[in-house]
Design a protein. Sequence first.
Length: 411
Amino acid sequence: MSASPARTIGIVVGAIAILGLGAYAPAMLLGPLPDVEVVAAAPPSPPAPSALTLPEAGASAVARVGEAPTTLATAGETAPLPIGAAAKLVTVLVTSEALPLPADGAGAELTIGPQDYTEFLQAEKEGTRTLAVSPGDRWSQRDVTRAVLLASSNNHADTLARWAFGSVDAYVERANGWLEAHDFDTLRVADATGLSGDSVGTAEEVARLAALALAQPAIASIVDGVEVAGEREIPQVADHAADDGVDALVRGFTDQAGLVFVGHAPLGSAEDAGDFVVAFVRMPDYETLDPAIAALVQSVPAAAAPVPVLTEGASYGEVRTAWGERSALLATGSREAGAWGAEPGTPTLDVEPFATAPAGRTVGEIRVDVAGETLTSSVELESAIGDPGPMWRLLNPGAIVGAFVEDQQSR
């Protein structure tokens, strides 16, 4: 007896259903799961870093010594101002680059000529800082540089510039090109001494300039008092801030610049702490400057103290699955930085794609930028992310198929 058409159709449909079910179930049960979703969390609030103390009067800035100086704090006027004697730092930097000066030697030698002597007499008559010279005197490059730095000698600054470049005008052109090439946006010089009110810059630029100067071995050795055989006796400008632990690098006064002081001191007690440079420009008087230096020095220990940025065991986000499981992402280590008043940036969470993982597995890292550096820590799962089980897989074919397609596209 032959089957009816209806019965035949039923058998075919049933067979297809059985075959389809036979393929569907294994595909759903064995297919890949969708990756977890990563959700960043608000990071724990670190204690506010202590700031370096600077005055409201005039303009001031603090920078860390180095070939790539870091500005740590600024205060007061932000516009370019006459920089007075701080212009001599440009003179010694630019001339020592043109005529390399060894850190432990006298360098080249020059003879004091009639123009050098005439300018000394004129500067002495005008009452600016000078150091005596006579025609025919022979000076080493190191001693001329020492006279500029230690005695703030205006006639020696002109002599050094003229010796290196042929004339002060040629020096000015070279110096301003050097400043532009070293990313000083507004710092410009009109002379080698800073007596001109057209030698201008911001306090922040002066601090960076001084930090750059002290990073040069030859200049640092002069400032540190390293002796070289045969060097001259150079009288030093009174180190007005010595009692506060800050050694003067530049100190001077002009009507345009007011009182200018640039000094340096250790950042902290650690051997690798390095030095900081502070620049004060257009300070009205020593009654304002002296307390400002003392306040800055007193603020350094707290500002230098390490600030916690990342905390071991703290949660910086979580992962979530399509089937409802969650796990916090915990930092595996603590990181801290001497932030010098800089606020940590927004943490960046980078997690490798995954679907399931046991508790404690490292799955990525957390990064935070602060004070010019990037601090990192790996992150791990607080709790396990497990398989959702067969029922969820069978009831969510879209998620399984989507994960399969994504997996194929990533190959």
